[in-house]
Design a protein around this ligand. Structure first.
Ligand code: NAP
Length: 531
């Protein structure tokens, strides 16, 4: 049966897309690879997994009733709580029967003669739809490093993004963990609390800031909810789609005392988390200002970590501007290294050579342990889309089109791939923003475009090549005005060997981006052919 719409992925994006399409009276189905809904929150169930965007912001805003009735228990929600919330949303809005689980999409081919998409899943099933929405997420294809001889290792190994559902008990074990991004930083204190010994292998020190997570008291939650619409409105006008009380002054406009007071406020309890990215208006564009923040953060690390050897390894180097690799937000990460059984090893200086039956060999010698944990991240932004045999007009394979990096128009449409939309894809604020906010913005915008096409009885909606080229150039120009491209980050594709080095997100913020896409819509969807 031909559907109006197929959606790939049942995370935050796919669930909301399903809700909106049904609201519009469309026939729609979501295909989800996992055996449960939740996307990133289904898969990433490693110890300590928690969202570092505050729960009151990292949640749907489309339903006032939902906002009112759901009670977040903490300032930053745990993976389990977010997954409960998503299941609640699916049940509350009666969406479950629109989602097919265990349905991994392996191919999607555009049929030019009939203006529709043929979609196949791993079990050989075939579906057809006019519209195809890729809600596949930016961080859904895990990266296991090609550690030589891993098969030789006799103990168990785990990846943060494929954690066993039943959990892992490390009590009494010697554990080695590779990777110090957000996942590794969150896991460290949790594994340290169980393991007899934890050794963290770090290739690059990144910055991490304290979350200051707290449980909500009923009074605090009630007060926050009383001003929810104001909070959402402030979020919409903030660069990352969440209100972080951004300082509008540059560092040069402040005295050294004012600068320090600003940084202290952001590091301490009243601030915390991503507020540290907004201490000065020019901190992501001027190196001298960024250094003030970086030096402040290094001082804090040295204050917390008592052993100077460990502290020096944990301090990010001067060639990594603060925040240009995704900032980590932690609870007791640096404090964990004051425990005698927790150590950090700099594998940039002392490289990892291979796995052995009892552990791993570094240049300096072998470390023996019982279990190995990979917190080595993802083939970010493009991994999920490139893993599908996704073919547009003329049979062009997306994987080939994106050989030199992802290209899109507004991060939503891809030239040569009509009637296909990407939610929070490369070329949009996506991973630099509060994802749930960006997802709602995209889905609402896509639905309006579809309504426009339907009203005109159009069968084909496609981004024009020249519009895509101009957008790709604009994204690169905007990124070039910032310090972001200086880091070997996953934003740049630098964490995957051989991946093209391109800054993959729209860097200039949620409010500007929203104004651009609203203008495009107001100008008759300039840059799209609606035929
Ligand atoms: P990540 O940020 O990419 O970190 C991966 C870590 O593994 C890095 O330290 C990396 O070192 C290291 N690594 C990768 N390949 C390696 C290799 N071959 N040998 C040695 N080390 C290697 O991945 P992640 O921590 O899973 O986080 C990814 C993103 O997911 C985050 O940035 C965030 O956007 C999201 N996330 C969010 C939350 C949250 O909301 N709290 C939690 C987890 C993840 P290099 O730096 O040298 O590449």
């Amino acid at each position: 049966m031909k559907l109006d719409m197929l959606v790939v992925g049942a995370g935050f994006a796919g669930i909301y897309q399903l809700y909106k399409a049904r609201e519009a009276g469309m026939s729609v189905k979501v295909l989800e690879a996992g055996e449960g809904i939740g996307g990133t929150w289904f898969w990433n169930r490693y110890p300590g997994a928690r969202c570092d965007v505050e729960s009151l912001d990292y949640s749907y805003s489309f339903s006032r009733e939902l906002e009112e009735e759901w009670e977040w228990s903490e300032r930053y929600a745990s993976q389990a709580e977010i997954l409960r919330y998503m299941n609640h949303v699916v049940d509350r809005f009666e969406l479950r029967d629109g989602i097919e689980l265990n349905a991994r999409v392996t191919a999607a081919h555009y049929d030019e003669d009939h203006s529709l998409w043929h979609v196949r899943t791993a079990d050989g099933r075939h579906h057809e739809a006019t519209w195809l929405v890729m809600a596949t997420g930016g961080l859904s294809v895990p990266q296991k490093p090609s550690l030589k001889g891993l098969d030789e290792f006799k103990g168990p190994w785990y990846h943060s993004a494929r954690w066993p559902t039943e959990g892992v008990d490390f009590t009494g074990q010697r554990v080695v963990m590779i990777g110090t991004g957000s996942s590794g930083v969150q896991m460290t204190p949790e594994i340290a609390a169980q393991a007899r010994q934890l050794t963290v292998l770090q290739r690059t020190a990144n910055f991490s800031v304290p979350a200051h997570n707290v449980p909500f008291t009923p009074e605090a939650l009630k007060a926050a909810k009383a001003r929810y619409s104001e909070r959402r409105a402030m979020g919409r006008e903030a660069i990352t789609g969440q209100f972080l009380n951004a300082n509008t002054k540059t560092a040069a406009e402040m005295t050294p005392e004012e600068q320090m007071a600003e940084l202290e406020y952001r590091w301490r309890g009243a601030g915390g988390g991503f507020r540290m990215l907004r201490a000065f208006a020019d901190q992501m564009s001027r190196l001298s200002t960024n250094r003030l923040v970086a030096e402040f953060a290094r001082r804090k690390i040295r204050e917390v970590v008592k052993d100077p050897r460990k502290a020096e390894i944990l301090c990010p180097k001067d060639d990594l501007p603060f925040g240009t690799k995704r900032l980590c937000v932690d609870t007791n990460y640096y404090e964990s290294f004051n425990l005698p059984h927790v150590d950090i090893v700099d594998i940039a200086a002392n490289p990892l050579v291979e796995a052995t039956p009892k552990g791993v060999r570094l240049t300096s010698g072998e470390i023996e342990f019982d279990a190995l944990v990979f917190a080595t991240g993802f083939d970010a932004m493009t991994g999920a889309l490139k893993s599908i045999d996704l073919r547009g007009e003329g049979g062009v394979l997306l994987r080939d089109k994106w050989e030199h990096g992802p290209t899109s128009y507004l991060g939503i449409g891809i030239a040569g791939f009509p009637n296909l939309f990407v939610v929070a894809g490369p070329g949009s604020p996506s991973v630099l923003s509060n994802m749930v906010h960006s997802i709602e913005t995209h889905v609402d915008w896509i639905m309006k475009l579809i309504h426009t096409a339907q009203a005109r009885e159009a069968r084909r909606v496609a981004a024009r090549q020249e519009a895509e080229d101009a957008w790709v150039q604009r994204c690169a120009d905007e990124a070039g005005k910032t310090l972001y491209p200086q880091a070997n980050s996953w934003y740049m594709g630098a964490n995957i060997a051989g991946k093209p080095r391109v800054f993959m997100a729209f860097v200039s913020g949620v409010p500007l981006y929203r104004r651009i896409i609203e203008e495009v819509a107001a100008n008759n969807y300039q840059g799209f052919d609606i035929a």
